[in-house]
Design a protein around this ligand. Sequence first.
Ligand SMILES: [Fe+2]
Length: 369
Amino acid sequence: MESFIQHRKGRTPRQVHRDVEDLKDDELGRYGFTGRTAHLYRRNDPTQYRAVGDLGGLDRQTYDLTPTDQIDPAGEPLLMFYNDDCRILLSRRSETAPFYTRNVDGDELIFVHAGTGHFETEFGKLAYRPGDYVYIPKGTTYRQIPEDQCHFLIIEAVEEFRVPEAGVLGRFFPFDSSLAVVPEAEAFPDDGREEYEVRFRQREGKTSIFYAFNPLDVEGWKGDNFAFTFNLSDYDVITSETVHLPPTVHLFMQATGVYVMNFLPRPAEGRKGVERLPWYHRNTDFDEIAFYHGGSVFGIDMPPGLIGHAPQGIHHGIPERARERARRRFEQDERVEWQVISIDTHKRLTPTPAMINSTHVEVQEEVQV
Ligand SMILES: [Fe+2]
């Protein structure tokens, strides 16, 4: 951050996100929520606009989308959003593919919204269940063996995913890497087929390579580049009694230009006068993707499977009536029960035609993070 000087002009609450009274709390911040910031206390709800053009954002129900891998074992995930740093895809596979996959353009962080099964990888076998992240390093050959229909959000990063700096939290950082499930080495036997296709997952073009043997033939491995799973239930939640913390405190993993956060169940802020819901903002330097895994906030159910895109610069936030409702229920509500996966990208994301042309979902009182 370049400056430590803050000014205060006009009518403002004494502390951020507290005692806003009739004012509308709108944050104009740089570099997500970690840079220089201005809190603008407005007369009107800044999300009450009519948008015309291509940066208005969109909300879609992923259960309404049909990747080709849902209807054909030889199909592929559906590309939903992309930029130079990352791609976000949807997979709904229920049968094992006749080919093996190798992403030659990036790491994959696969969030399991629904479905159970396992992956066979060059590092061994990895079981998955809802709430798991499955991390597959770039260039790894694998295949998925579903037990039922999966519903996966695939976050592909061109540069490698890393754990963020723990900073002052040290070994109390919410991602305890000792809880990651690491596969045991396993060489998978041939199954009698003539050729084993390894299909490259690549950003442009198509490539397959063919082996006369099962390419998952690794007898042993050592090193610090490996596949693993990590479940949301093992992610610790950072809370504050006195202020609604910015989403970046829930940062799970990051790659160049890509930040993945977990918003998980926790006690609601307890200090009287605290605004418990995310404030209005226009995230000037990041596009935001929110994927709703489930749960509820103050009696409002989160729509499982909904995905929302808020391009940088466009105002978003919870409708004023939901804020008023949260204030009215302050004594009654003790917890936030949401489960939301949030992806911030520094470069603008482009929604694919499949997203632009699919049915818009009207998000009313649901939390727009
Ligand atoms: Fe946001």
